[in-house]
Design a protein around this ligand. Structure first.
Ligand code: PLP
Length: 437
């Protein structure tokens, strides 16, 4: 298999070993031990630059890319994206705390989530978070009250659902009318919440947000949702004299997990969407708002790889073969959660023919603890072999748990031919840190 065609940071060296960001994965496994998350810093930065450069080319200074940090949230990630000119999305006090720890300017933080607690709201306002993205009217009331009690007028965007079906997995589709997220334009709910927001003294309505889903490969989805959103802005202008200052178009561009996944040219999709948005705003006679996009997955997914050591290889003759690894659904729950596909590679025999059909399973006490089913690995794979799973930079570390009291793997950044620890491996002491005897 030509791994390079999955992502250009994956290759094979003269020893037949897998390399990631130019470094030998077998050697990294030995140096840092497994399970291990690797991240390619240069790839994170170049993924960021696709957005910063294209948005600048299309909108000049009138655009701001935001990193949807739930995809991979740890202090170093916030500093990297901020150095690349990104603002940040957070969805909890925990993500906000981490972003602030990394020195992110609170003015460039957008606080999402479909159910912020009063404590989240108070903490965000105290820290000077620039923008809350408000999901519903109860939340708007709560923010208004807390802001008033603190003598603040809080900047907010309202999350709207344009009623688009992005043709992605149900679990990650968010822009439909019946979604748990946002207020629907179609039902008139969006207009009534916007009109109401304009009457609140603790609220400064800055604009609107929509996010139609994730793992989207079709620029048409963004154009269809932008068309509905911009027509809504026009209505707000005509009926309330309200001019939208910020239009946050959401994230969701897809990435390739396996070689059969489609390829998407993100820069070109942004250009097509931008041209459409500019033309539509002109046609409707509305001012072009500041344009935000908030990618998560497409910034970090292909910048990540997880490395494991194989344990038991179980052959159930006539049925199925299992290769167990020293990781599990605790470090990668995505197959268990929604059947996500991944490319699995024998790191020490990356050029060998793969003729052993098996399932790669974790060490948790759950039959559903599967990383990938029915894949092909080299025959003779055995205990101690190093196994890599590609494209794990998004929603792996950030979704990890301590199930079965497993310690979370470290995140090791690869950069300029060297490596450094961005998140330490959890210790057994970490596991009991909050236990009270
Ligand atoms: C998850 C999420 C994103 C990022 O989606 P990706 O598919 O990771 O790009 C952006 N905006 C919102 C509101 C989200 O919930």
């Amino acid at each position: 298999m030509n791994y390079n065609s999955l992502c250009e940071n994956i290759s094979v060296n003269e020893q037949g070993h897998l390399t990631f960001a130019g470094q030998d994965v077998v050697i990294l496994a030995k140096e840092y031990s497994t399970p291990l998350y690797l991240m390619d810093e240069a790839r994170i930065r170049s993924n960021c630059r696709v957005y910063t450069n294209t948005l600048r080319e299309c909108f000049g200074e009138n655009a701001l890319p935001l990193y949807a940090s739930k995809a991979a949230s740890f202090a170093k990630m916030y500093s990297i994206v901020s150095e690349e000119g990104f603002g940040t999305d957070v969805v909890s006090s925990g993500e906000l705390y981490t972003a602030l720890l990394a020195g992110i300017d609170a003015k460039n933080i957008f606080f999402h989530s479909n159910n912020k607690t009063d404590a989240d709201i108070a903490y965000g306002i105290d820290k000077g978070v620039g923008h809350f993205v408000v999901d519903n009217v109860e939340e708007l009331d709560a923010i208004n009250e807390i802001a008033l009690s603190k003598g603040v007028r809080q900047g907010v965007l309202l999350r709207l659902t344009p009623g688009i079906d992005p043709h992605t997995y149900a679990a990650v589709a968010t822009g439909k009318v019946d979604s748990k997220f946002g207020s629907a334009i179609e039902t008139g709910q969006a207009k009534s919440i916007a009109a109401y927001a304009l009457t609140l003294k603790g609220i400064k309505l800055e604009g609107f947000h929509c996010h139609v889903g994730s793992q989207v490969f079709d620029a048409d989805v963004y154009m269809r949702s932008a068309e509905i959103m911009l027509s809504f802005f026009k209505q707000m202008k005509d009926e309330y004299g309200y001019e939208t200052e910020i239009f946050d178009m959401g994230g969701g561009f897809g990435v390739r997990y396996v070689q059969s996944d489609p390829y998407i040219d993100i820069a070109e999709s942004i250009r097509i969407t931008a041209n459409f948005v500019k033309a539509k705003a002109l046609e409707l006679g509305i001012k072009l708002p500041l344009i935000c996009m908030e990618p998560g997955r497409s910034i970090v997914a292909d910048a990540g790889m997880t490395v494991y050591t194989a344990g038991t290889v179980k052959k159930i003759t006539g049925y199925k073969n299992y290769v167990s690894i020293d990781g599990s659904m605790a470090d990668n729950p995505r197959y268990a959660l929604y059947g996500s596909k991944y490319t699995v590679i024998h790191a020490g025999r990356a050029l060998d023919e793969c003729n052993f059909e098996c399932s790669l399973v974790g060490r948790c006490c759950e039959s559903g603890d599967i990383i990938q089913e029915n894949i092909m690995l080299p025959d003779g794979i055995k205990r101690g072999d190093v196994i890599a799973v590609a494209t794990t930079g998004a929603y792996n570390y950030s979704m990890s748990s301590n199930y079965n009291r497993l310690t979370r793997p470290p995140v090791v950044m690869l950069s300029n031919g060297t490596s450094y620890v961005a998140v330490k491996r959890e210790s057994l002491e970490d596991i009991v840190r909050n236990d009270v005897l």
